[in-house]
Design a protein around this ligand. Structure first.
Ligand code: GLU
Length: 513
């Protein structure tokens, strides 16, 4: 492998939907690969059959595609380092576990789950709650280090269940350089004899991860901070397998924190505070519980990605809006921080709003027409879009106001209570007759006519405009009334005056508003 060949992998386990933290990891891998003219790989880490969730792999692939982070090599688009699912690489791992045993860096452990449980219980009683299988305790366990060679061979020949554990050396410093955190040094006395190969014939994450990264010629391992404690073990495995020269560089990304900064962002926070934590909607196959997704909430994938890029990285100046090409250009691991990044749901909306505003009216109209059944012509929708755009954060909000399509059937209570006075009906009749005489029903001439009406009748804008809006739209707020009126046209506006005056009179009579 030449030093300049960048090959990075995103290696999720298909144990459920991809959390947005996972998408951030994929994004940084993608940006790093593209920036360095390298290869972005998706590897599915499905060695833990007990945690496999049907549909999760498809979800991961669909989510990456929606985000525009399509892998260059993946299970569905294999390159020459396949297979890209660990379950399909099963037969590759055993030889390395055997090699480690042969070299004295690993051993067979025959302890049953029950025996391990008993040890933990005993330790708990002796006020040592975190019992570990390690350099000390392994001496009192049932393994190929405590049993004679004969006994071990007998057990193996007998088909007794076993696992293979790494044999942690006593009191050695494991050191490696993390591209984000600098030097990391961990003493092996603080590390346990992790299982690297299981009784079911599958490697554990640790062995599979190292073997695959080596065989797939991965140059940089960019992953979440939760894997930092595993990294010293991985470094030892590279050493023991004789692959030190080929060991990838490591970069452990900062955590994504809850909006208040207190701990890691979880699905529960999303449920509690009302934002999605998954890119796409997910239906749990066993409980049928549905979790919302950014896509279904109406986020543009560009906005979602732009927001995610800033959770842990910044460009070093005040620019916030980045296309994916600009992100590729600006991204570097040096500008990824060590400390956790707080997720900000409001800022996430803000990003979407910026992307919405940046799209042309015709583009937004096309999008709307492709996703909604709308009974109006394109030119009309485009005008509605132009009026609503500045007030919306999501594309769905562009058509939120039904009055563009139908006369109001109810009227904003607050405006009715605060602004609709005894003399309002008469004043509105006057406005109606003025408007009905207009030949040019453009926003400008409606506005001029309205202002003339105000001064002729000595009325204030604050008293008259809300009632005008109420009659035509039924609402207390909205975009420019003159533009709305112009768009609806004279006939419709006059008819809404007539209707509204009647309906409001009835409401006023019926209720005490
Ligand atoms: N399978 C691990 C995960 O689910 C991958 C960690 C790594 O990138 O090494 O995140």
């Amino acid at each position: 492998m030449s030093d300049t060949t960048v090959r990075v992998r995103f290696a999720p386990s298909p144990t459920g939907p991809l959390h947005m933290g996972g998408v951030r990891t994929a994004l940084y891998n993608y940006l790093f690969a593209k920036k360095n003219k390298g290869t972005f790989i998706l590897r599915i880490e499905d060695t833990d059959q007990g945690r496999y969730v049907p549909g999760a792999e498809d979800y991961i692939i669909n989510a990456l595609n929606w985000c525009g982070l399509s892998p260059d090599e993946s299970p569905v688009n294999p390159g020459k380092y396949g297979p890209y699912r660990q379950s399909e690489r099963k037969q590759m791992y055993r030889q390395y576990a055997d090699l480690l045993i042969e070299k004295g860096f690993a051993y067979y452990a025959f302890d049953t789950p029950q025996e391990l449980e008993n040890m933990r219980d005993l330790a708990k009683k002796a006020k040592m709650p975190n019992w570990q299988y390690n350099v000390i305790s392994r001496n009192s366990m049932k393994n190929s280090l405590t049993l004679s060679e004969d006994e071990t061979q007998k057990k193996l020949a007998n088909g007794d269940p076993y696992t293979i554990r790494i044999k942690m050396p006593r009191n050695e410093d494991v050191r490696f350089y993390d591209e984000i955190r600098g030097w990391v040094i961990v003493n092996t006395n603080n590390m346990d004899d992790k299982v690297i190969f299981k009784g079911d014939g599958m490697p554990t994450y640790h062995l599979a991860n190292v073997v695959d990264d080596y065989n797939m010629k991965i140059s940089h391992v960019i992953r979440g901070e939760e894997w930092l404690p595993s990294a010293p073990l991985h470094v030892l495995l590279y050493k023991y397998l004789g692959w030190e020269q080929e060991m990838p560089k490591f970069a452990h990304l900062p955590l994504i924190l809850k909006p208040d900064g207190n701990g890691k962002l979880s699905k529960r926070d999303g449920d509690r505070l009302g934002f999605p934590v998954f890119p796409l909607q997910w239906k749990d196959p066993s409980s049928n519980e549905v979790s919302s997704g950014y896509r279904e909430k109406g986020y543009f994938h560009e906005a979602f990605i732009n927001m995610l890029a800033f959770l842990g990285w910044n460009p070093g100046d005040s620019k916030e809006l980045f296309s994916i090409e600009e992100l590729i250009e600006a991204f570097s691991l040096e500008r990824v921080g060590k400390s956790g990044a707080k997720f900000d749901p409001d800022k996430t909306k803000w990003f979407n709003q910026q992307y919405l505003r940046a799209k042309s009216n015709s583009e937004l109209t096309k999008l709307l027409m492709s996703t909604h059944q709308i009974n109006a012509d394109v030119a009309y929708i485009e005008k509605v879009v132009s009026l609503m755009k500045e007030r919306a954060s999501f594309i769905n909000e562009l058509l939120l106001d039904d009055y563009f399509f139908n006369a109001p059937t109810d009227y904003d209570q607050k405006t009715l209570r605060k602004k609709w006075k005894a003399n309002t009906p008469a004043n509105m009749q006057l406005l109606k007759s003025k408007l009905s005489l207009l030949t040019d029903f453009s926003a400008e001439s409606i506005e001029a006519e309205f202002k003339a009406y105000l001064s002729e009748n000595e009325l204030g804008m604050g008293a008259a405009l809300p009632n005008f809006r109420l009659l035509v739209t039924g609402k207390g707020m909205g975009p420019s009334m003159f533009q709305i009126a112009a768009l609806l046209g004279k006939k419709e506006v006059i008819s809404r005056f007539d209707n509204g005056l009647l309906k409001i009179a009835a409401i006023k009579e019926e209720t005490s508003i």
